[in-house]
Design a binder for this molecule. Structure first.
Ligand SMILES: C[S@@+](CC[C@H](N)C(=O)[O-])C[C@H]1O[C@@H](n2cnc3c(N)ncnc32)[C@H](O)[C@@H]1O
Length: 318
């Protein structure tokens, strides 16, 4: 198995500061998303009263909240932890879920390869599109170490050339074009600066750049985020009077540029993280040699479309 180090921590830090529960609600289709949630709920439902659960690479606690919901519905009184190497603070980032999130113990800046927990103390570990970003071998060893005998694991892992990776791949070229080739943020800045200085060409250069960008990717299957960004930039140009001053506009623009960069890095990282069938089988072999039994690997498929959402790995600590 290849040794990998998680990259782009700053991109994840940025993402989880946003009011966002998960990037991984894998399927745009709500029905299919529900099937994924149900799969996790079924896993947590198997756990005993008072079970201690770790959601590794939790982000803003999406799976941890599913575990909490199961705990409340079935009166299981789970002790739920969520760890992530990003500087997560879900209670602050997602205030609408704050009261629930407060009942979960979060561990920011915590790598799956180096978990700050005692040996044999957890009854379950879940991970949704998280382990594969780091060093799988070390992470599996660590997870094995903290689990009690008979504890359960369930991991969802990106499939190389699977639906999620394929659907997101076009966005890399779109981000790169906007950031590096055409320099759209700089064009927007110049347009607003000129307009504020009374040079009234009505943002012609910006409009041209926006339509060139849209035209360049018109045949791409996935342009929703791009279209949103282009709309946002034009809206900001038109609404420039709403910014207190040019410095405030530049700050806003810079935040959007950084978010676009971070999105590109996260999608690139996802492509690198995804496992081929061979890699997934190697992971299963490693789990067995790390003391897991009843280890099963299957493709998690959307029941309706058959699209593959990930490798689904389950096992029991021997
Ligand atoms: C695609 S997100 C998934 C987040 C969450 N599980 C969900 O479903 O919303 C991947 C997460 O893995 C985290 N991550 C990446 N490498 C990690 C590592 N080595 N140890 C712990 N977390 C890591 C990232 O910070 C990010 O939050």
């Amino acid at each position: 198995m290849t040794l990998k180090t998680s990259k782009h921590k700053a991109a994840w830090d940025r993402q989880w500061r946003g009011n966002l529960l998960s990037t991984c609600l894998l399927h745009a289709d709500r029905e299919a998303g529900r099937a994924v949630v149900e799969g996790w709920a079924a896993f947590f439902s198997k756990l005993p009263e008072g079970a201690k659960i770790l959601d590794a690479g939790t982000g803003n606690g999406f799976l941890a909240l599913i575990a909490l919901d199961v705990s409340d519905r079935l009166e299981r009184n789970f002790e739920i932890h969520g760890s992530d190497y990003a500087a997560i603070n879900p209670v602050a980032a997602v205030p609408e879920q704050g009261e629930l999130l407060k009942r979960i113990k979060f561990h920011p800046e915590t790598r799956n390869e180096d978990l700050p927990f005692e040996d044999r103390t957890f009854d379950a570990v879940s991970a949704q599109h998280a382990l594969e970003y780091g060093d799988l071998t070390k992470s599996i060893e660590e997870i094995s170490r903290i689990l009690k005998k008979g504890a359960r694991v369930r991991f969802l892992i990106h499939v190389a050339d699977g639906e999620i990776v394929r659907a997101n791949a076009p966005k890399i070229a779109q981000c790169r074009y906007v950031l590096e080739e055409i320099g759209l943020f700089e064009i927007a800045e110049a347009a607003v600066e000129e307009a504020l200085a009374g040079k009234g060409d009505e943002g012609r250069a910006l409009r041209k750049a926006l339509s060139e960008t849209a035209g360049n990717f018109k045949d791409d299957p996935n342009t929703r985020d791009l279209a949103e960004l282009l709309g946002l930039l034009w809206g900001a140009f038109e609404g420039r009077a709403n910014f207190p001053d040019f410095a405030a506009f530049k700050t806003w623009l810079n935040q959007n540029r950084l978010e676009t960069e971070a999105q590109m890095l996260r999608i690139e990282a996802m492509g690198e993280a995804a496992l081929t069938k061979e890699n997934a089988e190697a992971l299963i072999a490693e789990m067995k040699s790390s003391g897991f039994k009843e280890v099963a690997l299957r493709e998690d498929q959307d029941p309706k479309t058959g699209a593959v959402g990930g490798w689904l790995v389950e096992g029991v600590k021997g």
